[in-house]
Design a protein around this ligand. Structure first.
Ligand SMILES: [Fe+2]
Length: 206
């Protein structure tokens, strides 16, 4: 007998801490995030109106690669990884390039969370982790077949990772995660007293 495994869901993970100039880059990203959280009035207004506990520039400034050198440098680094990931996925890009078309920053406060969502109209999405204090929220991915399972029994406790319905990953400072944009994910409640800072991005084909 044999059992075949079909329809895989891949999460790409890399640490950027060994990149040249990492400490300065990460420090600049943290400074810029704090500055934007203080100065971006449109973004703060959107967060207040939409119940985001902290600050995100998602609705106001999603072109950060054009606004500061540190974001531009991060974008270049991440784009290289996105190309590698697309190759590993054996994605048929039909000769087109995979390009980052948006980048925004997230500053999550104690008690804040980000409900489950996907990133429509994108090919790849991901997050880079700038500041992850002890007790930070994880990122939680959902089995994309969940809505079809109906009477399927749940897997046994502590089953293999690729059989679990939900998987929580706990990124560290300098980690980069990438996934296909249709994969639903959420950020559970952030329990640390200090903020969790991340930078997120979407890619499309051009
Ligand atoms: Fe997201």
């Amino acid at each position: 007998m044999s059992v075949s495994r079909l329809f895989s869901t891949d999460i790409y993970s890399a640490s950027l801490v060994d990149s040249r100039g990492f400490d300065d880059l990460n420090s600049d990203l943290a400074d810029m995030a704090a500055m934007l959280a203080n100065d971006d009035e449109a973004g703060v207004k959107w967060c207040n109106e939409n119940g985001y506990d902290g600050y995100t520039s998602y609705s106001s400034l999603d072109d950060l690669t054009r606004r500061a050198t540190c974001f531009r440098d991060l974008g270049r680094l991440v784009t290289k990884h996105a190309g590698d990931f697309a190759s590993q996925l054996e994605m048929d890009t039909a000769g087109r390039r995979i390009v980052m078309d948006s980048m925004w920053v997230n500053v999550l406060r104690h008690g804040g969370r980000h409900p489950a969502h996907i990133h429509p109209h994108s090919v790849l999405s991901g997050t880079y982790y700038v500041s992850v204090p002890r007790g930070s929220a994880s990122i939680r991915f959902e089995d994309p077949r969940l809505g079809l399972m109906m009477a399927a029994p749940p897997p046994i406790p502590n089953c293999r990772l690729d059989r679990q319905r939900f998987v929580n990953l706990e990124p560290k400072v300098g980690d980069l995660l990438l996934w296909e944009s249709w994969l639903r994910h959420e950020v559970p409640v952030h329990k640390a007293r200090t903020v969790r800072i991340s930078v997120s991005f979407n890619f499309r084909l051009t």
